[in-house]
Design a protein around this ligand. Structure first.
Ligand code: ZN
Length: 429
């Protein structure tokens, strides 16, 4: 045994002496990998600026993580994206980034703590980024927090994540007093929440309010005091109640009246209605959801029936003057990476103008998150979140399926046109 121990000690000494030499090399290595130094020029034939304008034959200059200039004469060109449609990376206001299918192929929800669940969450983030989404709001799971932080550190590829951590789920009086609710909101902030998610009414089938006006007032007021926005999952009467409570954004919203929508427009409350992906995904992956909590057989026939109601509601929302409609796909297991399908549903079935659809996931989406000074448009000073589509979504909305270039914060993650990254078999689109 003794020679082995001695050998081990020798190895440790050698390793330690090597480790000790590393610090003197660190500054030079750090300097090489910090992207701030590098200037990158993208040449583009068509640029949607994210605010509704189209720029032609120009160049976008990036230094470090930010866009620094729009200059048609900038050289040398690093990425020639002429022939494609260039625009800001998309923002999805409503995803469940850690929600996955489990080892057995069945719906496993968003709270899994196994190694498989962790890898699935990382994969969800990767495919979402590859699908052109550079920022997502996850609403929410405590598991979002380490994933958000790992991506922010650059340790994993994925979209910028904002999370609600744990939502406030209304249970009528049992939810607690206004003071209890205020304490719950503060607890989420302490747990790292970027926003507060609130369930005020569950679904079209169960549309009764599960929080009173007073409880909603407390939740949204406390969040505001803590500097946080509020996203309220609401149907029917809960839409008006959440609007009156001064909450930031309504999710889903179906069964709200035209008057409710008008009130939202007047008060500047954002609306995030869905036109199809989330429900199509339940039907597409029926076997994986069936029998898991919340998914009995009858839920699926109901889902098929209510899709037209969502289309109709979207049409009413689109026609409401001044109503700020943001993009949220509600992507969960089976839909990650396919978030852009929701654009197609909105334009094809919801009567939304394609340019409005793009703005809803760019400058308007950023505004709704309070991040308009950081993301959402191709403007000097903003983060270099830039994507390119093979096709023109203003003429053919299915072009959103063909994201061929993705840059986030000045780093290129996908460039299939130049084959810098292969087209991964399982990565849509
Ligand atoms: Zn959701």
């Amino acid at each position: 045994m003794r020679p082995v121990i001695i050998l081990c000690l020798v190895v440790i000494v050698v390793v330690c002496s090597r480790v000790q030499r590393v610090p003197s090399q660190t500054p030079a290595q750090t300097k090489r990998i910090v992207p701030e130094q590098k200037r990158v020029v993208i040449a583009a034939g068509t640029v949607l600026d994210g605010k509704g304008h189209v720029m032609r034959n120009t160049r976008i200059v990036i230094e470090g993580s930010k866009i620094v200039a729009i200059d048609p004469k900038a050289t040398p060109v690093d990425y020639d994206l002429r022939g494609l449609t260039v625009m800001p990376g998309w923002i999805d206001a409503h995803v469940h980034i850690t929600w996955s299918f489990g080892k057995d192929g069945k719906n496993a929800g968003s709270g899994g703590t196994t190694q498989e669940a962790a890898y699935s969450a990382a994969s969800n983030a990767w495919v979402t980024l590859m699908g052109g989404f550079t920022t997502v709001q996850s609403v929410g799971s405590p598991n979002d927090v380490p994933l958000r932080d790992a991506i922010a550190k650059g340790a994993l590829p994925g979209p910028r994540i904002l999370t609600a951590v744990e939502p406030l789920v209304g249970r009528g009086e049992q939810t607690g007093t206004p003071d209890d609710i205020r304490a719950y909101v503060r607890k989420q902030k302490e747990a790292g929440a970027d926003l507060i998610k609130i369930f005020a009414a569950f679904s079209i089938r169960r549309s009764d309010m599960v929080l009173s006006q007073e409880q909603l007032n407390a939740a949204c007021d406390e969040a505001k005091k803590q500097g946080l926005r509020t996203l309220v999952h609401a149907y029917k009467d809960a839409v008006r109640a959440a609007t009156l409570a001064g909450c930031t954004e309504i999710e889903h919203g179906t069964l709200a009246t035209d008057d409710d929508l008008k009130l939202m427009a007047e008060k500047g409350t954002y609306l995030d209605p869905q036109a199809g992906l989330v429900m199509e995904n339940y039907l597409l992956n029926k076997e994986k959801f069936l029998g898991t909590p919340g998914f009995p057989e009858e839920a699926f026939s109901m889902t098929a029936k209510i899709i037209p109601m969502y289309h109709e509601f979207m049409k009413h929302a689109v026609k409401t003057p001044g109503l700020k409609i943001v993009f949220g796909s509600d992507a969960l297991a089976g839909a990650h990476g396919r978030n852009a399908e929701e654009f197609i549903d909105r334009v094809r079935d919801g009567g939304m103008d394609p340019m409005m659809a793009m703005i809803s996931a760019n400058s308007l989406g950023a505004e709704a998150m309070g991040m308009a000074d950081k993301i959402g448009s191709i403007t000097p000073g903003l983060q270099a979140d830039i994507i390119a589509l093979d096709g023109d979504p203003l003429k053919d909305i299915t072009a959103v399926r063909r994201v061929v270039f993705v840059m986030k914060g000045g780093v290129v993650y996908k460039n299939t046109a130049r084959r810098a990254i292969a087209v991964y078999g399982s990565v849509a689109p």
